[in-house]
Design a binder for this molecule. Structure first.
Ligand SMILES: [Zn+2]
Length: 400
C-alpha cells in the first residue's frame, strides 16, 4: 500500500505515474535502442521485462479498484479500455479481486517473480486451495507454464471436497462445439473429462504417427497442430471405411480399393495413483489420482478403467513407485524421472559422461519378457544404447 500512504496526496502519486509514462515513451522512441550491442540489448530486455512485471502487479492492484467502481460492468468496461477480449478482461478482474486476499502472491508479483499468466493460474488455484500457495509459487520459479497449469489443476482437485461430483459435472457438460467463422473457416473445440481426453488422445496417437510418417517420406514438415488435425480427419475416415469396407475414391467398376493396414495399438495412458487412495486411506484434501499429462481423475473412474488394455497404473507410496499395474514397452514419465534422479541425469555406462538424449533401456530385453519397470530400467545415452542393443542381439540370439 506504498502508493496510498497517509499524508501523500493524489498529486504526488500521479506525478510518479506521469514520470514513468514519459520515461517509457522516451525509451520506446529512442533510436539508439536499435544499435545496442548484443549484451546491451539483452540487459535492456531484462529491465523491460522486470518493469513489465512490476506494472502487472500495479495494474492488478488498480484493476481491483476499477472493479469496485464499475461493478457488474467492470469486465466490459476494462475490455473496451484496454482493447482486449471480454474473456481476458474478465480474467484480469477476477485475478485482481482474488489477489486482495492473497498477499503472498501479490508480493511475488510485485517482486517480479511472476508473469500475469502465472499469477492468474496461481490466484485461481489458491482461491480454492490456499495451502498450496507456497508450493505453486515455488513451481512457477523454474518450471514451464504448462507444468504450473497441471500443478494448479491438481491443487484444485485435491481441495475439491467431492471429486466425483466434479468429474460428473465435467462429464455432464461434455461437448464438441463446431461452427464456421468469418475467415471463412471451420472451427471446433472439445471439452470433457480427463479420462475421456486421455482415451481420445491415446487412440489418436497411432494416426498421428501414420500421418507423421507419410509426410516425412514426402519431405513435408507439419506443425503439431496440423498433425493433430490430419490425424483426427484420418481417424474419422478410417472408422467409416472399416464399418463399410469401402474407401472414398473406389473406382468406377466398384472394385474396392484395398484397406490401409490397421494402425498400431493406441498409446499407453499412465494413471498415477496414490496408494493410500487405492486402499481408501487418503486424507481429505490429499491428492488421489491423475492421468499423466491430462490431470486429476476420481479414484472410482480409475478402478473402472483399470482393465483398459492401453492403461498403465502407476501406484505411488509417497514419492516412491510402489507398483505398476501393467507393463507396456514404453517407460512412463514416472519411471523415467525416478531413474534420471537415481543416475543424476547421466548415462549409466561407467566412464560415460553423456547427459544428452538419455534413453531408458530394458536391462533384460523387452522381447525376452524383461518388464518395463523401475528395477529393469536403465538410462543410456544413444551411443551406449546402440552398443547395448547390438550386444543384446548377439547375446540373446533371436531377439530381432
Ligand atoms: Zn553413454
Amino acid at each position: 500500500m506504498v502508493f496510498m500512504a497517509v499524508g501523500v496526496g493524489d498529486t504526488e502519486v500521479l506525478e510518479l505515474g506521469k514520470a514513468l509514462r514519459a520515461g517509457a515513451a522516451e525509451l520506446a522512441g529512442n533510436r539508439q535502442v536499435a544499435s545496442l550491442s548484443a549484451q546491451g540489448a539483452e540487459r535492456l530486455f531484462d529491465l523491460v521485462l522486470a518493469t513489465e512485471r512490476s506494472m502487472t502487479a500495479l495494474k492488478l492492484q488498480l484493476a481491483a479498484r476499477f472493479a469496485e467502481n464499475h461493478g457488474a460492468k467492470a469486465a466490459d468496461d476494462l475490455a473496451r479500455k484496454t482493447g482486449t477480449s471480454k474473456a481476458k478482461a474478465k480474467r484480469t478482474v477476477d485475478t485482481a479481486k482474488k489477489l486482495k486476499d492473497q498477499p503472498e502472491i501479490e508480493d511475488a508479483l510485485r517482486n517480479g517473480e511472476l508473469s500475469q499468466d502465472q499469477a492468474e493460474l496461481i490466484a485461481d488455484a489458491a482461491d480454492v486451495n490456499p495451502s498450496a500457495t507456497g508450493s505453486l509459487l515455488h513451481k512457477a520459479k523454474d518450471h514451464p507454464i504448462d507444468d504450473l497449469r497441471h500443478e494448479c489443476s491438481r491443487a484444485k482437485a485435491a481441495a475439491d471436497g467431492d471429486e466425483e461430483a466434479t468429474h460428473a459435472r465435467v462429464h455432464r457438460n461434455r461437448r464438441f462445439t463446431a461452427g464456421s467463422n468469418t475467415d471463412p473457416a471451420f472451427w471446433g473445440s472439445l471439452y470433457g473429462t480427463t479420462a475421456d481426453g486421455a482415451d481420445l488422445m491415446a487412440h489418436l496417437q497411432p494416426f498421428r504417427e501414420r500421418i507423421f510418417n507419410q509426410n516425412r517420406k514426402a519431405g513435408i514438415h507439419l506443425t503439431s497442430e496440423q498433425l493433430d488435425f490430419d490425424a483426427l480427419m484420418e481417424m474419422a475416415r478410417v472408422a467409416y471405411q472399416n464399418l463399410t469396407g469401402t474407401r472414398a475414391g473406389d473406382d468406377e467398376d466398384g472394385d474396392a480399393i484395398p484397406m490401409p493396414p490397421p494402425p498400431k495399438a493406441p498409446k499407453n495412458v499412465y494413471v498415477v495413483v496414490n496408494f493410500d487412495a487405492m486402499v481408501d486411506r487418503a486424507q481429505p484434501g490429499e491428492e488421489t489420482a491423475y492421468i499423466a499429462g491430462f490431470g486429476p481423475v476420481p479414484i472410482s473412474v480409475v478402478r473402472e478403467v483399470m482393465d483398459n488394455a492401453f492403461l498403465v497404473g502407476v501406484v505411488m507410496q509417497g514419492t516412491e513407485v510402489a507398483k505398476i499395474k501393467r507393463f507396456g514397452r514404453r517407460f512412463g514419465p514416472e519411471i523415467r524421472d525416478a531413474l534420471m534422479v537415481k543416475q543424476r541425469f547421466r548415462c549409466s555406462t561407467p566412464g560415460c559422461t553423456n547427459w544428452l538424449r538419455i534413453e531408458i533401456d530394458h536391462k533384460q530385453p523387452y522381447r525376452r519378457d524383461g518388464p518395463t519397470s523401475y528395477t529393469n530400467g536403465d538410462g543410456k545415452c544413444d551411443t551406449c544404447h546402440d552398443e547395448k542393443t547390438a550386444r543384446d542381439r548377439l547375446f540373446w540370439d533371436d531377439t530381432g
